[in-house]
Design a protein around this ligand. Structure first.
Ligand code: ZN
Length: 196
């Protein structure tokens, strides 16, 4: 059986089941004329901050739940509206800021290390760390001694040239350059290579 009641939000008279009204009165809960007033009435006492926080939490939940759908929608929108020429113009607008970003000392430090690792991985594969370590050791050694001093000490100065000469001495047919310069070579140059 229905009885008349007053809506707690819009204060209009409306009909409600007696059992529902009794239950609400027992719990000292308000009654509303419909879903709209119920929603508005429940939200009335919330502060704007609370409403925003609740909506943000709800949005996060929604996005997590509909991730695939949203991804598809965004991809479709991109396909529909993407114009490479316009996008290039937009990108160019950001270029001065990007240059400033790249000029920062901390970025340069980071980038130097990044490039170093990138190159090491590219050229030496799984042994990239060994390469970096070797280069570090080399850099440290060069602060102590110069390259010339090191080679002279190890007797590896002009190593390639020395080896070439040793090889020529053992295998090569040409006579060695004697104390009189190229004289001997010129005399023995029957194979046409003895150019003076
Ligand atoms: Zn109402």
């Amino acid at each position: 059986m229905k009885v008349a009641a007053t809506c707690a939000h819009c204060t209009a008279e409306f009909q409600i089941e007696r059992g529902a009204l009794n239950r609400a009165m027992r719990n000292s809960a308000p009654v509303y004329c419909g879903r709209e007033c119920s929603g508005l009435g429940r939200r009335k006492w919330k502060s704007p901050e609370q409403k925003k926080a609740e909506k943000a939490a709800y949005d996060v939940k929604c996005r997590r739940k509909n991730r695939e759908l949203l991804k598809r929608k965004k991809a479709a929108y991109h396909q529909r509206t993407y114009d490479p020429e316009k996008a290039a113009i937009e990108r160019k607008k950001r270029m001065p800021r990007h240059i400033e970003y790249c000029r920062r000392p901390e970025y340069r430090t980071w980038k130097r290390e990044y490039d170093r690792q990138h190159r090491a991985k590219k050229f030496y594969g799984e042994f990239w760390e060994c390469h970096l370590l070797a280069m570090d050791i080399r850099a440290h050694c060069l602060t102590v001694q110069s390259d010339y001093e090191m080679r002279r000490e190890k007797r590896t100065l002009n190593k390639t040239q020395q080896r070439k000469r040793d090889y020529e001495r053992v295998i090569g047919k040409l006579p060695e350059i004697g104390p009189l310069g190229n004289l001997e070579r010129c005399q023995g140059g029957q194979d046409g290579t003895g150019a003076c």
